[in-house]
Ligand binder design. Structure first.
Ligand code: MG
Length: 278
């Protein structure tokens, strides 16, 4: 397998029915690594047989399988709180189970870690919901550790300090974070560059995503995702801070635009910006 450079540019994308066709737009523009997102309704049976040869042929290296779950909705803050990750009780067990199956898929694909949004971690460590989520995260950590994998939590839905205390409390050596600076802004949870300093020892991967703060006059509204370099993160500051903390893993571009053509244009501009900064 080819070796990657420090802070090599990468991309997060979502698995489609045809693995080679899903990968091609990224490898065609020179991306060699990233994260494989697997939607909640993506059939796992036969997935390894599709993805292994496709990634090998494209010489594409995935660092993480990222899970999303059926029924998640990112419309606004209360909806996120109600539907995302392991917070909703009615779907918690099946989502944890699904996550373990993705760990099995990662073994078959030789991918060294899995990740997801666990949802809003409650701030009160004695709350039953907090305890339930902590125990599920421990279970996933233990399962993935036995398979030599890491488990990363996506950041942003809680302030850095709350997440840091949660990480300490879970207390598993293979637990880390995928640091997403835009999420800190979209959820209004704090300055991402400061947060990166606080969470540095846990950062295994990062998303290069941008966004603007939520409007002050709309209760529960989320901020708006923006093309990289056009939002409030300050990519120069972000990449400089990554260098300062000694981060060498990929700079994984995340663009959520629903327009596929615009999304690829934005990814190309993001590559140009990051190539200058990295
Ligand atoms: Mg992200």
């Amino acid at each position: 397998m080819q070796t990657l450079n420090d802070r090599e540019l990468g991309v997060i994308f979502w698995a489609g029915p045809d693995a080679a066709a899903t990968l091609a737009p990224y490898t065609d523009i020179g991306l060699r690594c990233g994260q494989l997102g697997v939607p909640g309704d993506y059939p796992l049976e036969g997935a390894a047989a599709k993805w292994k040869p496709a990634m090998e042929a494209a010489e594409f290296r995935a660092f993480t399988i990222v899970a999303s779950y059926t029924g998640e909705d990112y419309a606004d803050m209360p909806t996120v709180e109600r539907t995302v990750g392991f917070i909703p009780e009615s779907t918690r067990a099946e989502r944890v189970e699904r996550t373990l199956r993705l760990s099995d898929l990662a073994v078959e694909l030789g991918i060294p870690g899995i990740g997801c949004h666990v949802g809003f971690v409650p701030h009160d460590p004695t709350a039953p919901l907090y305890v339930a989520v902590r125990e599920d995260v421990r279970r996933i950590c233990d399962y993935t550790a036995e398979r030599g994998q890491t488990f990363v939590l996506e950041t942003g839905q809680e302030p850095a300090q709350v997440l840091l205390e949660f990480l300490h409390d879970v207390d598993r050596p293979n637990l880390g974070i995928n640091f997403d600076p835009a999420n800190m802004i979209l959820y209004g949870t704090g300055d991402p560059i400061e947060a990166l300093g606080v969470l540095a020892p846990y950062v295994l991967t990062v998303h290069c995503k941008d966004g603007d703060w939520p409007p002050k006059d709309v209760a529960g509204a989320l901020g708006t995702e923006r093309p990289l370099g056009e939002g409030s993160v300050g990519m120069e500051r972000f990449v400089a801070k990554l260098k300062e903390i000694g981060y060498k893993n990929p700079l994984i571009i995340e663009r959520e635009s629903s327009d596929p053509v615009q999304r690829m244009l934005d990814i190309r501009s993001a590559m140009a910006l990051l190539a200058r900064l990295r």
